[in-house]
Design a protein around this ligand. Structure first.
Ligand SMILES: [Zn+2]
Length: 56
Protein backbone atom coordinates (compact mmCIF):
# COMPACT_ATOMS: atom_id res chain seq x y z
CA UNK A 1 0.00 0.00 0.00
CA UNK A 2 1.21 3.47 -0.86
CA UNK A 3 0.84 6.51 1.34
CA UNK A 4 -1.51 9.00 -0.32
CA UNK A 5 -0.29 12.02 1.61
CA UNK A 6 0.90 15.16 -0.17
CA UNK A 7 -0.98 14.36 -3.34
CA UNK A 8 0.37 16.43 -6.20
CA UNK A 9 -1.86 17.81 -8.94
CA UNK A 10 0.73 17.59 -11.68
CA UNK A 11 -1.60 18.96 -14.32
CA UNK A 12 -2.28 22.10 -12.27
CA UNK A 13 1.43 22.66 -11.70
CA UNK A 14 2.16 22.30 -15.39
CA UNK A 15 -0.41 24.97 -16.25
CA UNK A 16 0.44 27.23 -13.30
CA UNK A 17 4.20 27.68 -12.97
CA UNK A 18 5.38 30.01 -10.22
CA UNK A 19 6.79 33.19 -11.86
CA UNK A 20 10.56 33.35 -11.56
CA UNK A 21 10.68 36.81 -9.97
CA UNK A 22 7.28 36.64 -8.35
CA UNK A 23 6.22 39.57 -6.20
CA UNK A 24 4.72 38.97 -2.77
CA UNK A 25 1.22 39.52 -4.19
CA UNK A 26 1.90 37.03 -6.98
CA UNK A 27 3.21 34.44 -4.54
CA UNK A 28 0.16 34.87 -2.30
CA UNK A 29 -2.20 34.53 -5.28
CA UNK A 30 -0.29 31.48 -6.51
CA UNK A 31 -0.41 29.74 -3.14
CA UNK A 32 -4.09 30.50 -2.62
CA UNK A 33 -4.91 28.96 -6.00
CA UNK A 34 -2.47 26.15 -5.31
CA UNK A 35 -4.13 25.26 -2.01
CA UNK A 36 -7.49 24.94 -3.79
CA UNK A 37 -6.22 22.58 -6.46
CA UNK A 38 -3.23 20.74 -5.02
CA UNK A 39 -1.99 19.42 -1.69
CA UNK A 40 1.65 18.71 -2.39
CA UNK A 41 2.75 21.35 0.13
CA UNK A 42 1.11 23.79 2.54
CA UNK A 43 1.25 27.57 2.26
CA UNK A 44 4.47 28.68 4.01
CA UNK A 45 3.83 30.13 7.48
CA UNK A 46 5.58 33.35 6.52
CA UNK A 47 3.25 33.79 3.56
CA UNK A 48 0.21 33.01 5.70
CA UNK A 49 1.22 35.89 7.98
CA UNK A 50 1.27 38.23 4.98
CA UNK A 51 -2.12 36.91 3.82
CA UNK A 52 -3.60 37.61 7.25
CA UNK A 53 -2.25 41.17 7.15
CA UNK A 54 -3.91 41.83 3.80
CA UNK A 55 -7.24 40.06 4.34
CA UNK A 56 -8.06 41.80 7.59
ZN1 LIG B 1 1.26 21.38 -5.59
Amino acid sequence: MKAAANKINKEWHETHPMPRNATLAQRIAWHQEHAKHCHCRPIPAKLLLEINKISR
